[in-house]
Design a protein around this ligand. Structure first.
Ligand SMILES: C[S@@+](CC[C@H](N)C(=O)[O-])C[C@H]1O[C@@H](n2cnc3c(N)ncnc32)[C@H](O)[C@@H]1O
Length: 233
């Protein structure tokens, strides 16, 4: 059983923050940027939209949303170091006045009901200690008729690719992660959290049970990642 208590997750992301963006690029063979773009574009952001970025991390999703014309992005995250990098990146691009960052737990967000036009979570839902509670909390803060993009790693479906990917994932990934970040434990956690995360069919069921309509599910890189577009009725 993986420990996903907030202080454990926060400390882990604080430790790997400085190499997070580089490792994302290396471990995803630079596909992460395309995947993120798809998830942000899926929201069809309009000029007056206020967007919530859950697990905002180093700001990659939030900055894309602002560059694609969101009026304002509210990012929420547990990690001071990850969001410190997000703040620096936003300032460097002159977007810091449109990007508010909150250090808080996504299971208890400091926002009123129906506060946001759109929301997104990229590579964050896997870290939530209670997925149902998280989905219900996201549902609470979204306006009726809004959209929610969820991007998350998964284990590929096809037999041959799954075997090859599992070998890479189990043995290579923690070593590469450890080598670059100096924190192998975080990348062992990454591996284990993906392996133990509910498969897409089960996750879709949970999303529907928690009040969302699943508008589309898109496997990426033969299922090593999935993009889910949800609507709040
Ligand atoms: C893998 S990173 C993803 C960051 C960013 N979304 C991206 O696309 O690069 C996951 C982020 O979610 C944050 N996080 C994990 N659990 C959280 C929680 N319960 N509440 C708020 N943030 C959380 C972590 O601190 C981390 O910054």
């Amino acid at each position: 059983m993986l420990d996903k208590e907030p202080q454990i997750i926060r400390d882990m992301f604080d430790r790997i923050a400085s190499t997070y963006d580089l490792l994302n690029f290396v471990l995803s063979l630079s596909m992460d940027r395309r995947w993120r773009m798809m998830a942000v574009q899926g929201l069809a952001i309009k000029r007056d939209d206020v967007v919530l970025d859950i697990g905002t991390g180093t700001g990659n999703m939030a900055l894309l949303a602002l560059e694609l014309s969101a009026l304002r992005v509210h990012g929420i995250d547990l990690s001071r170091r990850m969001t410190g990098i997000a703040r620096k990146k936003a300032k460097a691009r002159g977007l810091d006045n449109k990007y508010a960052i909150y250090l808080a737990d996504a299971l208890h967000m400091p926002f009123g009901d129906a506060s946001f036009d759109k929301a997104m979570v990229a590579f964050g839902i896997r870290n939530m200690r209670d997925i149902n509670a998280f989905l219900m909390e996201a549902n609470r803060v979204l306006k009726p008729g809004s959209l929610f993009s969820v991007l998350e790693l998964s284990m590929p479906g096809g037999r041959v690719f799954r075997i090859l990917y599992s070998l890479y994932f189990r043995y290579m990934l923690p070593r590469i992660g450890g080598l670059i970040s100096g924190k192998m434990g975080a990348y062992t956690y990454l591996r284990d959290s993906v392996i133990k995360f509910p498969p897409p069919v089960k996750l879709v069921e949970m999303m529907e049970t928690c009040g969302f309509r699943v508008l589309s599910t898109t496997p990426l890189f033969l299922g090593a990642c999935h993009y889910y577009l949800l609507g709040k009725p």
